[in-house]
Design a protein around this ligand. Structure first.
Ligand code: FE
Length: 137
């Protein structure tokens, strides 16, 4: 997956559903409370639905009440890229997959202590990998 051609738009459009493509490549936002990972509490890692790169760990997931999967931090700082987003008349910070540049969601400064961040991520941008040896629940 280090081949840049693996992330070209035609390949991604073929790989993703229309809903996934709209979020990942056109920065759409899924309806709150609609996503499959919002009330998901299994032990494992959340990966980019477009490229498979590891993005978030279930140990950092918490219930924000927002309607979108919420994490205290990325699995690794280098897993995501962040940039200002002034769309829709708001000053927000967009979060993207550092590997394939897919849109994931936004990060807000109203998360739980000690870090105080809320990575608010679309379920449609994520896939889930159970941790090896983890009990299924
Ligand atoms: Fe990716």
């Amino acid at each position: 997956m280090n081949d840049p051609a693996a992330f070209d738009e035609d390949t991604l459009r073929a790989r993703l559903s229309a809903e996934q493509y709209a979020v990942c490549r056109c920065a759409a936002t899924e309806a709150p409370f609609s996503g499959r990972w919002y009330h998901h509490h299994a032990d494992g890692t959340y990966v980019c639905v477009a490229c498979g790169g590891t993005l978030f760990d279930s140990r950092d997931k918490y219930d924000s009440g927002s309607g979108w999967p919420s994490f205290r931090q990325p699995a690794a700082a280098a897993a995501v890229s962040e940039r200002p987003d002034d769309r829709h008349g708001m000053r927000r910070t967009e979060v993207r997959c550092a590997r394939c540049d897919s849109h994931l969601g936004h990060v807000f400064a109203d998360g739980p202590p000690p870090v105080g961040l809320r990575y608010c991520i679309n379920s449609l941008a994520l896939d889930f990998r159970p941790r090896a040896g983890a009990a299924a629940d």
